[in-house]
Structures are given as C-alpha cells and as structure tokens.
Ligand binder design. Structure first.
Ligand SMILES: Cc1ncc(COP(=O)(O)O)c(C=O)c1O
Length: 361
C-alpha cells in the first residue's frame, strides 16, 4: 500500500469542476487583486465563524504580523507564547522587534500551559499568543482570565485550526484576534499562500484592513506603516469553493481521528487528547512513541508517510540564540518534540488504510 499524507490530489479531483471554473472566471475577469472573490470569502468566513470581521491576507505568517501591528507591538515589548509551534508564531514577534517569551506546554494538549504564564508576565508584556496546535484550541478561559487580570491582549494563532471550536463557539470569540492560514496542506487550504485575520473588534478590523494595503486609508494616502499583505483573488476563489464543502470535510477528519483512536486503543503509545470543551480541526493526528525515528523509517518502508511537528522547540533554534534559552528550560516541549509523530491525516483516509497503519505500527 502507498498512502498519501494530505491527499491534496484526491481533494482536487473531487472539487475540480467547481474550482477550475472559479479560477477560470477570475482569469477572464482579470480582477487579480481585491476582486469580488476576496470580499465574498471574507463574508463567507464571517458567516462560517459568526465573527464580526474577517480580513483575508497573504499568509498565516502575515496574519500574525498584521495582528501585532494593529496592536502596536513594537521593540521592547514582550509577547508570551509557546515554544512548541511552527517558527512563524515567534518569528513574527521578533520581526517586529519585540521579544518572544516562551512558556512551556501542557503535556496532554501540547498547547501553552496557562498555569505557567503568570510567572513570565513583566511590565513589558503586551500580549499572549496561544497556538491551537494540530487544530485543537488551548485552554482559553484560563488564558483570558490571566490576560484580563494583567490587561494583556490575546491572539490565537489558528493557522492549523480553522473550524475548531472552544465551548461550542469558533475560537475568534475567545480572543481579541484569531489568525489562520490557507497554506495548501492546512485543513482549509488554497492553491498557494493565503491567510486571514478574524476579530470581533471593529476598530482593529478597520486598522488591519489598512495595514494590509500599505497602511493606506485612501489611495496613496498612508495613515500607518503597513505592508503589501493582500490575498490573491485566485486563491480566494479556491477557498470559496472549498469552504462550501468544509463542514463535511471537518466531519470526515473527525471520523478519521475517531477511527485511528479506536484502532490504536490497545497500543503502547500516547494518543491525542480529546476533551469536552474543544472540537479540533484535526490538522494533524499525532501520536507519541519512544523510538520515533526508527518507527518513521520502518513505516516509510511500508508506504506510510509520517511527519514530525516539530522536531526542535523554538527556544533551541539558532535564530533565537540571542534570547539565551538553553536545553532543559522547557522540559515538556523538549520531551514531546522527541516523541511526536504525525500520521497521514485528511478527510479521505480509508478504513483499510487505518487498519493497515495500525497493523504495521
Ligand atoms: C502554527 C502556525 N503558525 C503560523 C503558520 C504560518 O502560516 P503560513 O505558512 O500560511 O504563513 C503556520 C503554518 O505552517 C503554523 O502551523
């Protein structure tokens, strides 16, 4: 058997008539920048999440940048976040001249541990960025409680979690700003780079819209230092089609996750946490296993692709050497990064594939 990890080809086959038609329409209209598919997607994202505002942008990375720029994050500020995430979460903080302050993760959810946040707050702290790793929201009540007490803003890096819920609502309702990514392999992916910022705060939304287009409030009049951060009309057209099918796709991901969990129930490795307060978008189904590297090689021989998200926590990355963290500073993140392994995850993983993977494992 040869299993596909994200199975983007199969998804394209399924939706290709609609997607190719939508792309063709944009090419014929020649409305490549800020065409009608852009505002259509923003409306669709608002409807999907019940957010007051959705602003599309060039990537999940730029969504983080735009969010922090809107909150006036600047040199000297400190932003609390997790070291167990993709580099973009902390890189964007540093890019703006602010300092990422890491807090270790919870051993069950792999998301930031709220119990360890308060000890890291200083007069320079401006915001907390939680990451909904693998699609699962963090403990937002605890995070918001701390943020309120210390007058901090909360951003959720939901690059992996579009469609997830916390206490029955989309994550945007549990933060000042929620960002996401439409990178092709994300649960809701486009055919290149794309992202979005969602917020219920109208003033922030207005500012983010300006920041996305070079800070301009009207053509060639620039109120803020901004950036060229628009999402292409073509990419919006792709997401508009996929969003129509997304509720079904999310349900299928959930089913695949349940089937994995069922198939692995007597196995000797740690399965993803599932709790009553959250629903995950299941960007990844990641298990923990002692001899991970060896297992990966073996699985590959049997046609089973795996991935590691992420092999090195951010406090140990070369680019953050100047922050002077060292091995042993975040023991849980370090441990999990050595054991974690993501299995093929997409809405179309079949029962036979799950059975085969469980058997080989
Ligand atoms: C947690 C997290 N944050 C941010 C990003 C950045 O998103 P993008 O690749 O769209 O810039 C990603 C994507 O890989 C991610 O997984």
């Amino acid at each position: 058997m040869k299993i596909d990890f994200a199975n983007l080809k199969y998804q394209h086959e399924l939706y290709k008539d609609e997607i190719e038609l939508a792309i063709l329409k944009v090419t014929r209209d020649c409305s490549f920048i800020m065409g009608e598919e852009v505002s259509k997607l923003e409306n669709n994202l608002q409807n999907f999440t019940s957010a007051k505002n959705a602003i599309t942008c060039s990537s999940g990375t730029d969504a983080l940048l735009l969010s922090m720029m809107a909150l006036d994050i600047k040199a000297g500020d400190e932003i609390i976040t997790t070291p167990f995430t993709f580099i973009a979460t902390a890189e964007t903080i540093a890019f703006l001249g602010a300092t990422p302050v890491f807090v270790d993760i919870d051993e069950k959810t792999y998301n930031i541990n709220p119990n360890k946040i308060e000890e890291k707050i200083t007069p320079k702290t401006k915001a907390i960025i939680s990451v909904s790793l693998y699609g699962q929201p963090s403990d937002m009540d605890a995070i918001n409680h701390i943020a309120k007490k210390h007058n901090l803003k909360v951003i959720i890096d939901g690059a992996q979690s579009f469609g997830a819920t916390y206490k029955g609502k989309s994550e945007v309702h549990h933060a000042d700003i929620y960002t996401t990514s439409f990178f092709p392999a994300k649960p809701l992916g486009c055919y290149g780079d794309g992202g979005a910022v969602l917020t219920n705060d109208d003033d922030l939304a207005k500012k983010i819209k300006m920041l996305r287009v070079h800070g301009q409030d009207k053509r060639y009049h620039h109120k803020y230092i901004g950036m060229g951060g628009r999402m292409d009309t073509l990419q919006c057209a792709v997401v508009n089609v996929k969003l129509n099918h997304y509720t079904k796709d999310l349900a299928l991901r959930q089913e695949v996750a349940q089937k994995y969990t069922q198939a692995f129930k007597n196995k000797n490795f740690v399965l993803p946490d599932q709790n009553e307060e959250t629903t995950s978008a299941w960007a990844q189904y990641s298990i923990r296993i002692d001899n991970r590297d060896e297992v990966q090689v073996k699985l590959k021989e049997f046609g089973i692709p795996t991935a590691v998200h992420y092999p090195m926590p951010l406090h140990l990355q070369e680019c953050f050497k100047y922050l002077a963290y060292k091995e042993g500073d975040f023991l849980i993140s370090e441990k999990i990064s050595k054991e974690i392994m993501s299995l093929p995850m997409n809405p179309y993983v079949s029962d036979e594939e799950i059975e085969y993977i469980a058997g080989i494992l």
